[in-house]
Design a protein around this ligand. Sequence first.
Ligand SMILES: [Cu+2]
Length: 151
Amino acid sequence: MTRQFIASIALLLAACTNGGIPTSYSSGGGVTIDISLSNFGPSQTPYGQSGGFRPAITTVSVGTQLHFTNTDNFCCHTATLIPGASSFPNGSPFTQKATQQSGSTLSGGFSSGALQPSASSQTITADQPGTYLYGCFFHYAAPMRAAIVVQ
Ligand SMILES: [Cu+2]
């Protein structure tokens, strides 16, 4: 194979997989982020190791409405904001409060509370541009962490 051919294949793969990080993009409407520790194994992101949520990085525009659904068949998971973090902290950043549902905007902070199998969170509005890291109270170290980027 020529060097050029190899380079073009590498480019093609990069375009398809976006560096191996599962991402999604939405320009409005509702976006569902799936929660499953069983199905979504660890992947590397610019913020550290992610896992347990799909996509690992959800990219949306301002005004998008988000919610989380527990697609595992066991209790429980949370999706809980890690306030002010630009990378995933080593230890769990959460308190017991994460198990109670709170918040309806990304900038104001949120937690889905403890979600039973098939349960969905409240609707959370991507109200301000920024990068929002979040994770699961019960399985933060698994890892169960992911990011939402609002543009
Ligand atoms: Cu969990």
